[in-house]
Design a protein around this ligand. Sequence first.
Ligand SMILES: [Ca+2]
Length: 328
Amino acid sequence: MIRYVVSKSSSLLVAFFFTSTALSIPLKEVIPLIDRLASINHLDANAKKKLEAIFSASPAMTQGNPKVTAHPMSQAQCLKHEIKQDLEFSNICQSPYMAPIYQKDAKDQRHAVACIDQFEFPNIPCEYPLVWVSPKEASEVCESLGKRLCDASEWEASCAGDDLIDRYSFGDGTIQTLHKKQRQEANRTRKVVWSYGKAKSSSLCATGSSKSPGCDEALRTGKNVYQTCGSNTYPVGAFPECKSASGVYDLHGNAAEHMNLPTNTKELARNGGLGYTEMKGSWFVFNKIAAHQDDCYWRAPFWHGSKINSLKGHSNYHLSFRCCKNIK
Ligand SMILES: [Ca+2]
């Protein structure tokens, strides 16, 4: 049984908590995607089995409800762009389609400390992003591929084309600290840039899609949202100009993205920990409904916030994620 709970904190991002872990999406519907993930990431049988188990336990983790999803662009249209692997990136990251994240050391030399997926998950060019995924599931999926969820600052730096600076205000770790320091202070002092440049131009990104008929009413009432709201996303990487100087696509538009926001150094995903949820970027109707900022360093309010590992973490029809990994 699925229960929907409507949050009053945002008219755009509405919470749905699945109370049952019973499979409502037949595994056979996601097997082709799992096969493609296993192939491109060279997963062995055990690793593939772990990935299948995560999908099996999820009530709705898919590329959208196929009965109501209408993608505005085909994968064939996207594939005309011929996105090629960056061989230097592959050599540094030792994984396909990841981009290095750099830090400066004491001698002012740059060193890659981590890599970030160049595309929204499944991080395969011209696939549609995985949605209806909770932050806990996102973290588990990343781990099954030998990666981890990204820290907010990693997403921000790779968006701005900057070297990594850990822009966190570590305090007592309360929700109040998160709001007042992590978000308000970070926003007040931020540099305002987008992945594609210094001026906002949403149409360069995957923002021209539309909501499904009846979706607004379903969101308002909190009834039949999965059955009504299609994930009308574009194939990832379909907009060549929506790419950062670091080589990362779709940071604005298409699917919003789960990231990790730490309240202390132990909760840095880069240090093996996990903190709270952070939603990054914007989504596929943002050219028509730009209800908030979406520049690289902007931090959203604590929309549907939770611990990353909460069993009641938020998922919805336009929310995905991307993975990172440390470079040893
Ligand atoms: Ca995105």
